[in-house]
Design a protein around this ligand. Structure first.
Ligand code: BG6
Length: 610
């Protein structure tokens, strides 16, 4: 999730672009850049924050009143100056900024290389600007037409803004899947990923729809066409909300925004990896043999990511048939673990900077094991020190409590375990296909779970008196019970414990009374009836059962004081669905307790010290 801006009008573009990018910096801060068009096309970009390209003497003197800008959240290609946007075409006459992922960029790149194009970086975006120029030159068309024809060839998501030396009075923007807003003012246009940078200039905003291209020409009205060149009606809105609120997309907190971004984040984490029911991980090509022949897989991480490791342990033994074990990275790094060369160590980390997990990577590397990392921040330390990395593409996660990063971690480890099963043929093909399609259906099912928010809010109000809570689950959902408990602890400061439901009678059952909320995770699955017996043990001690059940459940829900229903799914996939109401419950409990949800006390988004 990057931030993109554009301006065309009578004012100097540079200061407007820089201010806009500073407003959008919450979307990504790996690198920043601008392109200014005033007869010549000046491109200036740097690794790091927007401050790296702000207040540049030579740019402050540039009188260009047409330009584009970008603040990056790296997906393809590590954060550096080469991979920073704007990207230029071969002749350096066209420049483009992009937010999204071009899924078929490798194919297009191959064709353009055969035509003699040369590429400077590793990004998917650079391929698109070369394609636009290629079409412009071969078809002899203007910029808007070249952009439209090029976009008919790409698969994936994008919001782009493009400028061309040969079209000095035009800015072209387009959208598919990534947000794009256009500000209408007298004799000028403002373009941005959201209205935050625009509302100080104009409140009249056009939100570009899917598969549409906007042509913003000096002295002319805004023109919008479809991919097949049909002119579209211009529908603008008056946007009158604070910039701070806009950054949160209208949500009160980044945490709630990120909870509601999960359908998209999960879709992104699978993008380009599933073709029909066949799974591909091109980033594993070089290490595939070692991965498939692993004698043992050791998962190690911290915090919420460690819970994803516990789910992965089930998945890899269940589907990939590889012995798996899990360790806290902070323990792993000092317990002198026995690691062999034919072991694979998998670390999971949202930030890629957690010190204990990074140390675990070093230890694993020294032992000669293959080190694979699953991470959300491209180019961060852990990926840089690993043999291979799978990125989760959740986008920047601002709130300290991890939500969308966790559900994309669950999606990614599920996909990886099924990939190994596919390659090693450890499960029936028809079974495998069913499970791949189940994952593909997750974004939609998560949308449905998010509709339970009001019910979850009601339950939070009912139990907001609580000072303690117990979370119980079995098998795949024991780690989800742990995740529910950590979420409540992290942001509401209510003491909470997660336990395997059957383990409860060996201790925690002593805590149960008619004040203790017991959050039970019991969707349909292998241990449904066994878990119902555990629920009866809680009920027998007067415990107050709040149960997450499958939508058509009858038995467990009849035993419970409150239920939250999630769509039917197989057990492994229910981990993703059951996590969502637990995130919402902790969020509403924290709100009721008046906590600082996005910046809870004593916690940091990434602990880079031991
Ligand atoms: C903590 C965060 O500091 O680190 C948690 O507050 C997170 O949300 C944990 O799960 C591990 O971080 P990472 O970035 O390695 O996944």
């Amino acid at each position: 999730m990057c931030g993109i801006v554009g301006y065309i009008g009578e004012r100097r573009a540079y200061p407007i672009l820089i201010k806009g990018l500073q407003r959008l910096e919450y979307r990504g801060y790996d690198s920043a850049g601008v392109a200014l068009l005033n007869h010549d096309l000046t491109i200036y970009k740097k690794k790091g924050k927007v401050s790296e390209i702000a207040d540049k003497e030579e740019l402050l003197e540039n009188v260009a009143n047409l330009g584009i800008g970008h603040t990056r959240w790296a997906t393809h290609g590590v954060p550096n100056e080469i991979n920073a946007h704007p990207h230029a075409s071969g002749s350096r006459k066209i420049a483009l900024v992009h937010n999204g992922i071009i899924e078929n960029y490798a194919e297009i790149k191959k064709e353009l290389l055969e035509k003699g194009h040369t590429f400077l970086g590793q990004t998917d975006t650079e391929v698109l600007v070369h394609l636009i120029e290629d079409i412009k030159d071969t078809e002899g068309v203007d910029l808007a037409t070249a952009v439209r024809l090029a976009l008919n060839e790409v698969r994936g998501t994008y919001a782009i803004v493009v400028v061309s030396k040969d079209d000095p009075d035009t800015l072209v923007a387009a959208k598919k899947g990534s947000p794009l807003a256009i500000g209408l003012a007298d004799g000028e246009f403002f373009v941005s990923s959201d209205a935050t940078p625009i509302v100080e200039y104009t409140k009249e905003i056009v939100y570009l729809e899917m598969n549409k291209i906007a042509v913003l020409a000096k002295g002319q009205a805004l023109k919008i066409v479809s991919l097949d060149d049909l002119e579209q009606e211009i529908i603008s809105k008056t946007v009158d909300i604070s910039e701070e609120a806009l950054e949160k997309g209208g949500y009160d907190h980044f945490m709630l925004k990120e909870i509601f971004e999960q359908p998209k984040a999960i879709r992104n984490s699978m993008a380009g990896r599933i073709d029909g029911t066949t799974i591909t991980f091109p980033e594993l090509d070089e290490v595939k043999e070692r991965l498939l022949n692993a004698k043992r897989i050791i998962f190690t991480s911290c915090g919420t990511a460690w819970h994803a490791c516990l789910v992965a342990e089930h998945l890899f033994e269940d589907f990939a048939k590889i012995p798996a074990e899990v360790d806290y990275a902070s323990e792993f790094r000092y317990r002198n673990p026995i690691i062999n060369k034919d072991d694979v160590v998998v670390t999971i980390s949202q930030s890629g900077e957690t010190a204990d997990t990074l140390a675990a990577v070093e230890i694993a590397k020294q032992s000669g094991a293959l080190v694979l990392s699953i991470c959300n921040v491209v180019g961060s330390s852990i990926p840089r020190h690993s043999d291979a990395t799978i990125y989760t593409y959740a986008g920047p996660e601002i709130s300290v409590a991890s939500t969308k990063a966790f559900s994309t971690q669950l999606t990614t480890v599920s996909l990886l375990a099924l990939f190994i099963a596919q390659e090693k043929k450890t499960i029936e093909k028809s079974e495998l296909e069913k499970m791949v399609l189940e994952l593909v259906s997750m974004p939609e099912k998560v949308e449905k779970v998010l509709e339970t928010k009001d019910e979850v809010k009601r339950i939070a109000e009912k139990y907001s008196y609580a000072e303690d809570a117990i979370y119980l689950g079995r098998n795949y959902n024991f780690p989800i019970a742990l995740e529910g408990a950590i979420k409540l602890k992290e942001i509401s400061y209510i003491h909470a414990e997660g336990y395997p439901a059957a383990e409860m009678k060996h201790g925690p059952i002593a805590l149960i009374d008619d004040q203790m909320p017991v959050i039970m995770i019991n969707p349909m699955g292998q241990l449904y009836e066994k878990t119902v017996s555990n629920m009866q043990e809680v009920k027998a001690r007067g415990g107050r059962l709040i149960t997450i059940v499958s939508e058509n459940d009858e038995i467990a829900s009849a035993l419970s004081e409150d239920v939250i229903r999630i769509p039917e799914s197989s057990e492994f996939a229910s981990t993703i669905l059951a996590t969502i109401p637990l995130q919402l419950l902790s969020y509403y409990m924290a709100i009721l307790k008046g906590r600082d949800v996005d910046k809870p006390r004593n916690l940091a988004k990434s602990v880079t010290v031991e």
